[in-house]
Design a protein around this ligand. Structure first.
Ligand code: HEC
Length: 247
């Protein structure tokens, strides 16, 4: 038993280790039942992200069915890679080129919302946390993902911002830099509220992609619990019946 417990502990340790990287995440506050938001998010994704990132587990056809879009709507407005309706939402860029240009190939985003601790909140905060940093190859850094290899692809919409820090002394007299927030130094095409709403839609879409069966699964849960309950009662009477003769 002890061995089993320590094996289980080993499995969870890497997750626990990340828990301490304490960057504050803003609440994405998404509503998975809001299909209109996910539809808008899909449009933003194909326009601003799919050039580099693919969704290799997501088929256009499945997305159409889940988000209530017709085949024509999808093919006319959301397919720019020459893909067919039944194919997956791969990116347009060959991996070798991507590695040459960015140093790292842009990862597939099919599971990104599930992969990150913080989930949708992480993604929502990440996409709004690029700031000017002349020491970086693309001139930007990211407060949530330090030294990220991705340029700020949404800067024209968001505008440009700098990160503000203040120096604080802790109890033992050591000085730290504490993040205070961002300051917009150049406005974008969108107001800050419009930009946040756009990123929320994009996050809704990628949250859907991370687990397309989520909505169905939640409504099925109640039936599963019901089944288990009934089954337990049956099992109890069955046990009584079997043991009756033994005692
Ligand atoms: C010009 C190419 C390019 C575009 C366009 C782009 N990205 Fe990226 N992205 C990258 C690269 C390169 C990385 C890898 C960064 C690294 O590992 O340092 C990355 C990393 C990421 C990550 C972190 C992934 C991880 O596994 O930690 C997320 C999330 C992400 N991108 C989301 C987006 C979204 C959403 C969009 C659209 C708004 C987008 N990206 C558009 C190039 C791009």
């Amino acid at each position: 038993m002890k061995k089993l417990i320590s094996a289980l502990l080993l499995l969870v340790t890497p997750v626990a280790a990340f828990a301490s990287s304490g960057v504050h995440l803003d609440s994405a506050d998404i509503d998975l039942n809001n299909k209109a938001a996910a539809q808008r998010g899909a449009k933003y994704f194909v326009n601003y992200c799919q050039g580099c990132h693919g969704l290799s587990y997501q088929r256009y056809e499945r997305m159409a069915a889940d988000l209530g879009l017709s085949k024509k709507e999808v093919m006319d407005n959301l397919v720019f890679t020459g893909a067919k309706f039944g194919q997956t939402m791969k990116n347009a860029m060959p991996k070798a080129d991507a590695e040459k240009w960015f140093g790292t190939a842009p990862p597939d985003l099919s599971l990104i919302v599930r992969a990150k601790k913080g989930g949708a909140d992480w993604l929502y905060t990440y996409l709004r946390s690029f700031y000017l940093d002349p020491s970086r190859p693309f001139g930007v850094n990211n407060h949530v993902f330090k030294d990220v290899g991705m340029p700020n692809v949404l800067w024209e919409l968001q505008g440009l911002q700098i990160a503000k820090y203040r120096t604080e002394k802790d109890d033992s007299g050591h000085e730290h830099e504490v993040f205070e927030g961002f300051e917009r130094v150049k406005p974008g095409k969108m107001s800050p509220e419009e930009f946040d709403a756009m990123v929320r839609d994009l996050t809704s879409f990628l949250a859907y992609v991370s687990e397309p069966a989520q909505l169905k699964r939640k409504s099925m849960g109640i039936w599963v619990i019901g089944f288990l309950l009934i089954f337990s009662i049956l099992a109890y009477f069955l046990k009584k019946e079997y043991w009756k003769d033994v005692h």
